[in-house]
Design a binder for this molecule. Structure first.
Ligand code: ADP
Ligand code: NA
Length: 302
């Protein structure tokens, strides 16, 4: 079985709930406060571990208390954190989140140590094999992602690139990627056109992403599931209704992590997408991101 090697972000998500969002200059009383593990990279590595693949996280935290707590927490999900660097000159990435009673939110992100992740750090940490799957997102430097993609391609490892937050990636870089994963909004940004609004336009969008260069593309559609394309074939995979939807935070990361785990176990792409969709639909059943991944079923190597 291959490994899932995630190079990416790790944050402390500090969430305060309020009756309504404050106006500029206003002070409000919060109604609850949580500190949680976050960052797309960390979440995806946790999901891959719950899905049963050996999962390695390469990233950076600061030499502060938040960093220590996050490293322990990620490790408790079964992720190998031995290549997670503690950077003496940086603070841990933080997301300051406000959620109102009506469900509106504001988010302020301070990248901190995430902005200091380097491709060299990844190259020094691991030697990928052809069985391994390297997973990237949009929360570390674009040039770092590009260098990692070129390196992964030379080693023969497959890459899953979750372009989130989305940005325009050069076609010569995308041509080296196995699978691009984006949600509807991100698909619109990557393609430079209006975001797909339904399953049919998502199928078109997935095919259009493949035209940009990657071998495969997956467009996730929240409660509507996901659409994938390999340029010839495409398919809409509906979401599963496994129970009441409690919190959709981290659903996309659950899908990416489980998809990567299935690919590391050498599942066919259509089946790996199903595993990803199922993991996403499982993550919405409980509060939080990684905190909601305990229900993800371990996959079996075929
Ligand atoms: P992101 O968080 O990146 O925007 P999505 O919201 O598209 O990602 O969700 C990713 C996956 O999680 C979907 O493909 C689907 O399988 C699952 N999912 C998301 N929202 C729901 C929901 N309300 N009900 C069931 N499954 C969901
Ligand atoms: Na959740």
């Amino acid at each position: 079985m291959g490994r899932v090697i995630v190079i990416g972000s790790i944050n402390q998500d500090i969430t305060v709930t309020v009756d309504r969002l404050p106006e500029p200059g206003e002070t409000l009383l919060g109604t609850s406060l949580t500190y949680r593990l976050g960052g797309k990279g960390a979440n995806q590595s946790a999901a891959a571990a719950h899905a049963g693949a050996p999962s390695l996280f390469i990233g950076r935290v600061g030499a502060d208390q938040a960093g220590m707590v996050l490293v322990d927490e990620l490790s408790s999900h079964g992720v190998d954190v031995s290549h997670l660097l503690v950077d003496e000159d940086a603070t841990t990435g933080i997301a300051l989140i406000t959620v109102s009673a009506s469900g509106e939110n504001t988010i302020i992100l301070d990248a901190g140590a995430n902005g200091r992740v380097t491709a060299e750090q990844a190259r020094e940490a691991v030697e990928p094999s052809r069985e391994d799957v390297i997973v990237l997102q949009g929360e570390i430097g674009a040039e770092v992602n590009e260098q990692v993609i070129r390196w992964a391609h030379r080693t023969g490892a497959r890459t899953v690139f979750n372009i989130a937050p989305a940005y325009e990636v050069a076609p010569e870089v995308l041509a080296l990627v196995d699978c691009v994963v984006v949600n509807e909004t991100e698909a619109g940004i990557v393609l430079g056109r209006p975001a797909p609004q339904d399953a049919d336009s998502a199928l078109d969008a997935a095919a259009a992403v493949v035209d940009l260069g990657p071998r495969l593309a997956l467009v996730t559609l929240g409660g509507h599931g996901a659409a994938w394309s390999d340029g010839d074939r495409s398919e809409h995979v509906p979401a599963l209704r496994l129970g009441p939807v409690v919190d959709t935070t981290g659903a996309g990361d659950a899908a990416v992590g489980a998809l990567a785990a299935a690919l590391a176990m050498d599942w066919d792409f259509p089946e790996a997408v199903r595993a990803g969709v199922r993991a996403g639909s499982t993550a919405v059943l409980a509060e939080g991101a990684a905190a909601s991944y305990a229900g993800i079923e371990p996959l079996q190597a075929p």
